[in-house]
Design a binder for this molecule. Structure first.
Ligand code: MN
Length: 230
């Protein structure tokens, strides 16, 4: 029994590892996993540099400031803060979400020359849920264009194992207690204007179309496999 408990805990750790962000305050800005220009032409270098160096840094700084002045929040992982975001002050919800979402976002993308595709298992799940990869992309784009104001669009795995598309406002995400559709995100796109305005201006739909060129399907597929290992 002891052994099976250990195996169970190990399996859970493996399952959540793909998206887990367990660091505690003070939080720090993770480096981009590629050069700022590496995602051109889908996302231009100046947008990437400002987005990462200024916007993401601002979420990290604001989160650290909020945690530093609230003893009850100290010693908690980013995942723990995100999970109970609805019970926390808005400044913590917004900036913990901002730090989580952007850390996840950078790793969701890769240079376009890599031309990766979903794994066979993920492709089959997408076909089963949405009909085809093309139909999934159309539905994902629709969710992203319909998000009024600022927010995110996600592909997530619900607790029953099914895939779903969901959009969240501001810096919320599907791991939050306040999310309308809850689950483990495996892919997410930032539809705040700061993610695309310099190159695309008001054309959010064109940004959502171009973004597929830089989706790292290897990482997304690995995240999917980790949720299925539970
Ligand atoms: Mn952003």
């Amino acid at each position: 029994m002891f052994r099976s408990t250990i195996i169970g805990v190990a399996a859970l750790c493996v399952a959540t590892q793909a998206v887990a962000q367990v660091a505690i305050a003070p939080f720090s800005l993770p480096p981009l996993p590629y050069a700022a220009a590496a995602l051109e032409p889908a996302i231009d270098a100046r947008t990437m540099a400002i987005h990462h160096d200024k916007h993401h840094q601002a979420y990290v700084d604001a989160l650290n400031k909020a945690v530093a002045t609230s003893p009850a929040l100290q010693g908690q992982s980013l995942d723990a803060l995100v999970a109970k975001a609805g019970t926390l002050p808005a400044v913590v919800r917004d900036n913990a979400g901002g730090h989580w979402n952007h850390s996840f976002f950078w790793k969701t993308m890769a240079p376009p020359t890599q031309k990766m595709q979903p794994s066979p298992a993920l492709a089959a799940a997408i076909d089963a849920q949405f009909g085809s990869l093309a139909a999934f992309k159309t539905a994902f784009k629709e969710a992203g264009t319909k998000r009024f104001g600022s927010g995110w669009v996600w592909l997530l795995v619900k607790s029953d194992g099914a895939l779903a598309i969901a959009s969240t406002p501001n810096q919320d995400n599907p791991l939050m207690d306040v999310a309308e559709v809850k689950g483990t995100p495996i892919l997410g796109n930032d539809v705040w204007e700061h993610a695309y305005y310099l190159e695309y201006q008001n054309r959010r739909a064109a940004y959502l179309d171009g973004w597929w060129q830089v989706v790292d399907w290897k990482t997304v597929s690995d995240r999917y496999a980790a949720t299925r290992a539970r």
